[in-house]
Design a protein around this ligand. Structure first.
Ligand SMILES: [Zn+2]
Length: 377
Protein backbone atom coordinates (compact mmCIF):
# COMPACT_ATOMS: atom_id res chain seq x y z
CA UNK A 1 0.00 0.00 0.00
CA UNK A 2 1.30 3.41 -0.96
CA UNK A 3 2.11 6.02 1.60
CA UNK A 4 -0.77 8.53 1.88
CA UNK A 5 1.48 11.52 1.16
CA UNK A 6 2.81 9.81 -1.97
CA UNK A 7 -0.72 9.12 -3.02
CA UNK A 8 -1.59 12.77 -2.47
CA UNK A 9 1.41 13.86 -4.55
CA UNK A 10 0.46 11.44 -7.32
CA UNK A 11 -3.11 12.73 -7.30
CA UNK A 12 -1.86 16.32 -7.43
CA UNK A 13 0.49 15.43 -10.29
CA UNK A 14 -2.26 13.70 -12.29
CA UNK A 15 -4.63 16.61 -11.72
CA UNK A 16 -1.92 19.03 -12.86
CA UNK A 17 -1.28 17.00 -16.02
CA UNK A 18 -5.01 16.86 -16.70
CA UNK A 19 -5.33 20.63 -16.17
CA UNK A 20 -2.42 21.41 -18.52
CA UNK A 21 -3.85 19.02 -21.11
CA UNK A 22 -7.29 20.62 -20.92
CA UNK A 23 -5.84 24.12 -20.90
CA UNK A 24 -3.83 23.33 -24.04
CA UNK A 25 -6.97 22.03 -25.72
CA UNK A 26 -8.91 25.13 -24.75
CA UNK A 27 -6.08 27.32 -26.04
CA UNK A 28 -5.92 25.36 -29.28
CA UNK A 29 -9.67 25.60 -29.73
CA UNK A 30 -9.50 29.33 -29.08
CA UNK A 31 -6.62 29.59 -31.55
CA UNK A 32 -8.81 28.04 -34.21
CA UNK A 33 -11.09 31.02 -33.95
CA UNK A 34 -9.88 33.83 -36.11
CA UNK A 35 -10.61 36.57 -33.65
CA UNK A 36 -8.49 35.30 -30.80
CA UNK A 37 -5.60 33.05 -31.74
CA UNK A 38 -4.11 35.39 -34.32
CA UNK A 39 -3.57 38.32 -32.08
CA UNK A 40 -1.28 36.33 -29.82
CA UNK A 41 1.08 36.20 -32.74
CA UNK A 42 0.52 39.85 -33.57
CA UNK A 43 1.21 40.97 -30.06
CA UNK A 44 4.54 42.68 -29.95
CA UNK A 45 6.99 43.65 -27.33
CA UNK A 46 6.32 47.00 -25.75
CA UNK A 47 9.91 47.79 -26.62
CA UNK A 48 9.10 47.76 -30.33
CA UNK A 49 7.48 50.59 -32.24
CA UNK A 50 4.33 49.26 -33.86
CA UNK A 51 2.09 51.12 -36.26
CA UNK A 52 -0.67 50.36 -38.75
CA UNK A 53 -0.92 51.32 -42.42
CA UNK A 54 -4.32 51.56 -44.12
CA UNK A 55 -5.34 53.12 -47.42
CA UNK A 56 -8.32 53.74 -49.70
CA UNK A 57 -10.86 53.79 -46.88
CA UNK A 58 -13.13 56.84 -47.03
CA UNK A 59 -16.52 55.50 -48.20
CA UNK A 60 -18.99 56.48 -45.49
CA UNK A 61 -18.54 53.08 -43.89
CA UNK A 62 -19.32 50.96 -46.92
CA UNK A 63 -17.42 49.39 -49.80
CA UNK A 64 -18.61 50.52 -53.18
CA UNK A 65 -18.57 47.23 -55.07
CA UNK A 66 -22.26 46.79 -54.48
CA UNK A 67 -22.93 49.92 -52.40
CA UNK A 68 -24.16 47.69 -49.60
CA UNK A 69 -21.26 45.80 -48.09
CA UNK A 70 -19.92 47.69 -45.08
CA UNK A 71 -16.32 47.06 -46.07
CA UNK A 72 -14.93 50.14 -44.41
CA UNK A 73 -16.78 49.42 -41.16
CA UNK A 74 -15.58 45.81 -41.11
CA UNK A 75 -11.96 46.82 -41.54
CA UNK A 76 -12.34 49.66 -39.04
CA UNK A 77 -13.64 47.26 -36.40
CA UNK A 78 -10.64 44.99 -36.83
CA UNK A 79 -8.30 47.96 -37.04
CA UNK A 80 -9.39 49.06 -33.57
CA UNK A 81 -9.05 45.59 -32.07
CA UNK A 82 -5.62 45.12 -33.58
CA UNK A 83 -4.44 48.59 -32.57
CA UNK A 84 -5.29 47.71 -28.99
CA UNK A 85 -3.65 44.30 -29.08
CA UNK A 86 -0.38 45.42 -30.63
CA UNK A 87 -0.19 48.71 -28.73
CA UNK A 88 -0.14 50.65 -31.99
CA UNK A 89 1.63 53.98 -31.54
CA UNK A 90 0.20 55.58 -34.67
CA UNK A 91 -1.37 54.96 -38.07
CA UNK A 92 -0.41 56.04 -41.54
CA UNK A 93 -2.95 56.44 -44.34
CA UNK A 94 -1.62 56.22 -47.88
CA UNK A 95 -4.49 58.26 -49.24
CA UNK A 96 -7.94 58.19 -50.80
CA UNK A 97 -9.21 59.27 -47.44
CA UNK A 98 -12.32 60.54 -49.18
CA UNK A 99 -13.45 58.63 -52.26
CA UNK A 100 -15.48 60.19 -55.03
CA UNK A 101 -14.83 63.91 -55.10
CA UNK A 102 -12.78 64.23 -51.93
CA UNK A 103 -14.08 66.50 -49.19
CA UNK A 104 -15.26 70.06 -49.84
CA UNK A 105 -14.49 71.69 -46.49
CA UNK A 106 -13.04 71.06 -43.04
CA UNK A 107 -16.52 71.16 -41.51
CA UNK A 108 -18.31 68.91 -44.01
CA UNK A 109 -20.42 66.02 -42.65
CA UNK A 110 -18.15 63.61 -44.50
CA UNK A 111 -15.63 64.05 -41.69
CA UNK A 112 -18.07 62.25 -39.41
CA UNK A 113 -19.29 59.72 -42.00
CA UNK A 114 -15.86 58.78 -43.33
CA UNK A 115 -13.61 59.20 -40.35
CA UNK A 116 -14.81 60.12 -36.88
CA UNK A 117 -17.84 57.81 -36.67
CA UNK A 118 -16.07 54.92 -38.38
CA UNK A 119 -12.79 54.92 -36.45
CA UNK A 120 -14.33 55.64 -33.06
CA UNK A 121 -12.55 52.90 -31.12
CA UNK A 122 -10.49 54.34 -28.28
CA UNK A 123 -7.46 52.42 -29.51
CA UNK A 124 -7.60 54.50 -32.70
CA UNK A 125 -7.36 57.80 -30.82
CA UNK A 126 -3.69 57.95 -31.76
CA UNK A 127 -1.91 60.06 -34.40
CA UNK A 128 -3.03 59.42 -37.97
CA UNK A 129 -0.33 60.57 -40.38
CA UNK A 130 -2.10 61.30 -43.63
CA UNK A 131 -0.98 61.08 -47.27
CA UNK A 132 -3.14 62.34 -50.13
CA UNK A 133 -4.66 60.20 -52.89
CA UNK A 134 -6.11 61.05 -56.28
CA UNK A 135 -9.66 61.13 -54.87
CA UNK A 136 -8.56 63.57 -52.18
CA UNK A 137 -7.23 65.73 -55.01
CA UNK A 138 -10.61 65.63 -56.73
CA UNK A 139 -11.94 67.56 -53.73
CA UNK A 140 -10.42 70.25 -51.60
CA UNK A 141 -6.99 69.22 -50.35
CA UNK A 142 -6.76 72.37 -48.26
CA UNK A 143 -9.83 71.18 -46.31
CA UNK A 144 -7.84 68.16 -45.13
CA UNK A 145 -4.89 70.36 -44.18
CA UNK A 146 -7.24 72.67 -42.31
CA UNK A 147 -8.85 69.76 -40.44
CA UNK A 148 -5.41 68.85 -39.09
CA UNK A 149 -5.30 72.18 -37.29
CA UNK A 150 -8.35 71.37 -35.17
CA UNK A 151 -8.07 67.58 -34.84
CA UNK A 152 -6.15 65.82 -32.10
CA UNK A 153 -5.29 62.88 -34.34
CA UNK A 154 -5.39 63.98 -38.00
CA UNK A 155 -1.71 64.81 -38.65
CA UNK A 156 -1.18 66.47 -42.01
CA UNK A 157 1.03 69.54 -41.67
CA UNK A 158 1.54 69.81 -45.44
CA UNK A 159 0.97 67.89 -48.67
CA UNK A 160 4.25 66.09 -48.02
CA UNK A 161 6.20 65.88 -44.80
CA UNK A 162 8.40 63.64 -42.67
CA UNK A 163 8.72 62.61 -39.05
CA UNK A 164 11.14 60.60 -36.96
CA UNK A 165 10.50 58.25 -34.06
CA UNK A 166 13.20 57.31 -31.58
CA UNK A 167 13.45 53.58 -30.98
CA UNK A 168 16.08 53.87 -28.27
CA UNK A 169 18.42 56.63 -27.16
CA UNK A 170 20.70 55.80 -30.05
CA UNK A 171 18.40 54.48 -32.76
CA UNK A 172 15.49 55.90 -34.72
CA UNK A 173 13.17 55.40 -37.68
CA UNK A 174 12.47 57.96 -40.39
CA UNK A 175 9.02 58.21 -41.96
CA UNK A 176 8.54 60.19 -45.16
CA UNK A 177 5.04 60.97 -46.49
CA UNK A 178 4.99 61.95 -50.17
CA UNK A 179 2.33 63.57 -52.34
CA UNK A 180 2.27 61.39 -55.47
CA UNK A 181 -0.74 62.69 -57.42
CA UNK A 182 1.04 65.70 -58.97
CA UNK A 183 3.55 63.34 -60.60
CA UNK A 184 0.97 61.28 -62.50
CA UNK A 185 0.87 62.14 -66.22
CA UNK A 186 -2.74 61.04 -66.59
CA UNK A 187 -3.84 63.81 -64.23
CA UNK A 188 -1.35 66.36 -65.50
CA UNK A 189 -2.47 65.85 -69.10
CA UNK A 190 -6.17 66.09 -68.29
CA UNK A 191 -7.31 69.40 -69.83
CA UNK A 192 -10.12 69.70 -67.28
CA UNK A 193 -7.61 69.33 -64.41
CA UNK A 194 -10.19 67.27 -62.51
CA UNK A 195 -7.50 66.32 -60.00
CA UNK A 196 -6.34 69.89 -59.45
CA UNK A 197 -2.70 68.89 -59.75
CA UNK A 198 -1.62 71.71 -62.00
CA UNK A 199 0.57 74.23 -60.22
CA UNK A 200 2.03 71.81 -57.70
CA UNK A 201 5.81 72.14 -57.59
CA UNK A 202 7.03 68.58 -58.11
CA UNK A 203 10.65 69.68 -58.48
CA UNK A 204 10.57 71.14 -54.99
CA UNK A 205 9.10 67.94 -53.59
CA UNK A 206 11.77 65.79 -55.25
CA UNK A 207 14.53 68.04 -53.89
CA UNK A 208 12.98 68.00 -50.45
CA UNK A 209 12.69 64.19 -50.42
CA UNK A 210 16.28 63.83 -51.61
CA UNK A 211 17.47 66.10 -48.83
CA UNK A 212 15.47 64.34 -46.10
CA UNK A 213 16.63 60.88 -47.11
CA UNK A 214 20.24 61.96 -47.70
CA UNK A 215 20.72 63.68 -44.37
CA UNK A 216 18.92 61.12 -42.20
CA UNK A 217 20.94 58.74 -40.06
CA UNK A 218 17.91 56.76 -38.95
CA UNK A 219 18.24 53.01 -38.55
CA UNK A 220 15.16 52.48 -40.69
CA UNK A 221 13.62 54.54 -43.48
CA UNK A 222 10.00 54.06 -44.53
CA UNK A 223 8.23 56.06 -47.27
CA UNK A 224 4.47 56.37 -47.79
CA UNK A 225 2.67 57.56 -50.93
CA UNK A 226 -0.60 56.78 -52.69
CA UNK A 227 0.39 55.60 -56.19
CA UNK A 228 2.38 52.35 -55.96
CA UNK A 229 5.75 52.20 -57.69
CA UNK A 230 5.06 48.49 -58.21
CA UNK A 231 1.67 46.79 -58.32
CA UNK A 232 0.40 43.73 -60.19
CA UNK A 233 -3.24 44.83 -60.30
CA UNK A 234 -4.82 45.20 -63.72
CA UNK A 235 -6.91 48.11 -62.45
CA UNK A 236 -4.07 50.58 -61.93
CA UNK A 237 -0.85 48.63 -61.55
CA UNK A 238 2.63 50.12 -61.32
CA UNK A 239 3.12 53.86 -61.56
CA UNK A 240 5.95 54.57 -64.04
CA UNK A 241 6.26 58.15 -62.84
CA UNK A 242 7.03 56.98 -59.30
CA UNK A 243 9.50 54.41 -60.60
CA UNK A 244 11.32 56.97 -62.71
CA UNK A 245 11.41 59.80 -60.19
CA UNK A 246 11.72 58.15 -56.81
CA UNK A 247 12.87 54.53 -57.05
CA UNK A 248 16.53 55.40 -57.84
CA UNK A 249 16.46 57.79 -54.88
CA UNK A 250 15.02 55.11 -52.60
CA UNK A 251 17.77 52.72 -53.65
CA UNK A 252 20.49 55.35 -53.33
CA UNK A 253 19.55 56.32 -49.79
CA UNK A 254 18.73 52.81 -48.61
CA UNK A 255 15.03 53.15 -47.97
CA UNK A 256 13.84 49.92 -46.38
CA UNK A 257 10.12 49.84 -47.12
CA UNK A 258 7.55 51.80 -49.12
CA UNK A 259 3.81 51.67 -48.50
CA UNK A 260 1.11 52.66 -51.00
CA UNK A 261 -2.57 52.30 -51.81
CA UNK A 262 -4.57 53.08 -54.98
CA UNK A 263 -5.05 49.42 -55.94
CA UNK A 264 -7.61 47.86 -53.63
CA UNK A 265 -5.78 44.82 -52.37
CA UNK A 266 -2.80 43.76 -50.28
CA UNK A 267 0.50 43.27 -52.09
CA UNK A 268 4.22 42.87 -51.46
CA UNK A 269 6.51 43.54 -54.40
CA UNK A 270 10.24 43.62 -54.95
CA UNK A 271 11.71 43.67 -58.44
CA UNK A 272 14.84 41.67 -59.18
CA UNK A 273 17.99 43.43 -58.04
CA UNK A 274 16.01 45.91 -55.93
CA UNK A 275 16.70 46.31 -52.24
CA UNK A 276 13.54 48.22 -51.31
CA UNK A 277 10.36 46.41 -50.26
CA UNK A 278 7.06 47.74 -51.66
CA UNK A 279 3.83 47.05 -49.80
CA UNK A 280 0.32 47.75 -51.12
CA UNK A 281 -2.17 48.52 -48.36
CA UNK A 282 -5.30 49.48 -50.33
CA UNK A 283 -7.73 47.13 -48.59
CA UNK A 284 -9.36 49.79 -46.43
CA UNK A 285 -12.91 49.44 -47.76
CA UNK A 286 -13.28 47.30 -50.91
CA UNK A 287 -11.36 44.79 -53.02
CA UNK A 288 -10.52 44.38 -56.68
CA UNK A 289 -8.51 41.64 -58.47
CA UNK A 290 -4.91 41.90 -57.28
CA UNK A 291 -2.97 40.17 -60.06
CA UNK A 292 0.52 38.68 -60.10
CA UNK A 293 3.67 40.01 -61.78
CA UNK A 294 7.34 39.07 -61.84
CA UNK A 295 8.05 41.31 -58.86
CA UNK A 296 5.16 39.92 -56.78
CA UNK A 297 6.02 38.35 -53.44
CA UNK A 298 2.44 38.35 -52.18
CA UNK A 299 -0.82 39.45 -53.73
CA UNK A 300 -4.37 39.05 -52.51
CA UNK A 301 -7.67 40.73 -53.28
CA UNK A 302 -8.50 41.24 -49.63
CA UNK A 303 -9.77 43.82 -47.25
CA UNK A 304 -7.27 44.67 -44.56
CA UNK A 305 -4.24 46.65 -43.53
CA UNK A 306 -0.58 46.30 -42.56
CA UNK A 307 0.81 45.94 -39.06
CA UNK A 308 4.42 47.11 -38.95
CA UNK A 309 6.78 46.56 -36.03
CA UNK A 310 10.21 48.07 -35.79
CA UNK A 311 13.01 47.51 -33.30
CA UNK A 312 16.58 48.72 -33.75
CA UNK A 313 17.35 45.34 -35.29
CA UNK A 314 14.17 44.10 -36.94
CA UNK A 315 11.40 45.30 -39.23
CA UNK A 316 8.30 43.17 -39.64
CA UNK A 317 5.31 43.75 -41.91
CA UNK A 318 2.17 41.66 -41.47
CA UNK A 319 -1.00 41.85 -43.53
CA UNK A 320 -4.18 41.39 -41.52
CA UNK A 321 -7.66 41.08 -43.01
CA UNK A 322 -11.02 42.32 -41.74
CA UNK A 323 -11.50 39.12 -39.72
CA UNK A 324 -8.22 39.55 -37.88
CA UNK A 325 -6.50 36.78 -39.83
CA UNK A 326 -2.86 37.28 -40.65
CA UNK A 327 -2.46 36.64 -44.35
CA UNK A 328 1.23 37.29 -44.77
CA UNK A 329 4.32 38.08 -42.75
CA UNK A 330 7.66 39.43 -43.94
CA UNK A 331 10.62 40.13 -41.69
CA UNK A 332 13.99 41.83 -42.08
CA UNK A 333 17.05 42.30 -39.96
CA UNK A 334 18.77 45.66 -39.87
CA UNK A 335 22.11 46.14 -41.53
CA UNK A 336 24.66 43.99 -39.78
CA UNK A 337 28.33 44.54 -39.15
CA UNK A 338 28.95 42.84 -42.48
CA UNK A 339 26.94 45.59 -44.15
CA UNK A 340 24.08 43.36 -45.26
CA UNK A 341 20.40 43.62 -44.39
CA UNK A 342 19.06 40.14 -43.85
CA UNK A 343 15.69 39.00 -45.05
CA UNK A 344 14.36 36.75 -42.33
CA UNK A 345 11.69 35.29 -44.56
CA UNK A 346 8.24 35.93 -45.93
CA UNK A 347 5.34 33.67 -45.20
CA UNK A 348 2.12 33.53 -47.18
CA UNK A 349 -0.17 31.58 -44.93
CA UNK A 350 -2.04 28.64 -46.35
CA UNK A 351 -3.80 28.38 -43.03
CA UNK A 352 -4.32 32.03 -42.20
CA UNK A 353 -4.05 33.01 -38.62
CA UNK A 354 -0.97 31.04 -37.72
CA UNK A 355 2.49 32.43 -38.20
CA UNK A 356 5.55 30.54 -37.09
CA UNK A 357 7.97 32.54 -35.03
CA UNK A 358 10.39 32.90 -37.92
CA UNK A 359 14.09 32.93 -37.27
CA UNK A 360 16.56 34.73 -39.43
CA UNK A 361 18.75 32.57 -41.62
CA UNK A 362 22.41 32.63 -40.77
CA UNK A 363 23.35 33.95 -44.17
CA UNK A 364 21.78 36.85 -46.00
CA UNK A 365 19.86 36.29 -49.21
CA UNK A 366 21.85 37.24 -52.26
CA UNK A 367 19.41 39.78 -53.62
CA UNK A 368 20.10 42.13 -50.73
CA UNK A 369 22.81 44.54 -51.67
CA UNK A 370 25.84 45.08 -49.56
CA UNK A 371 25.63 48.38 -47.79
CA UNK A 372 29.09 48.92 -46.48
CA UNK A 373 28.73 52.67 -46.68
CA UNK A 374 25.37 52.73 -45.00
CA UNK A 375 25.38 55.36 -42.25
CA UNK A 376 23.27 53.10 -40.06
CA UNK A 377 26.09 50.61 -39.51
ZN1 LIG B 1 -6.40 56.13 -55.65
Amino acid sequence: MKHPSNQKRLTTYLLTVLFVFLAAHVAFAAGAQPATGDRDVLSTSRESLTFLVISDWGREGIGDTDKKTPGQLKVAHQLGMTARDVHAAFLVSCGDNFHGKGVPSSTDSLWQANFENVYADNALMIPWYIALGNHDYEGNVDAELAYAKSSNRWIQPARYFSFTKQLTDTSSALFVVLDSSPFVGEYLNDPSDAHHVKGQNTTAQVQWCDSVLRTSHANWKCVFFHHPAYSASTKHGSTPEMQKTFVPMFEKYHVDACFSGHDHDLQHSRPDNATVEYFGTGGGSETRPAGVAGFTKFSKASLGFAVVSITPHMLRVNFVNELGLQLYSSRYHAVTSSGVREHCGSTALTSPGRVAAGMCPTSAMQHYATRTNDPRT
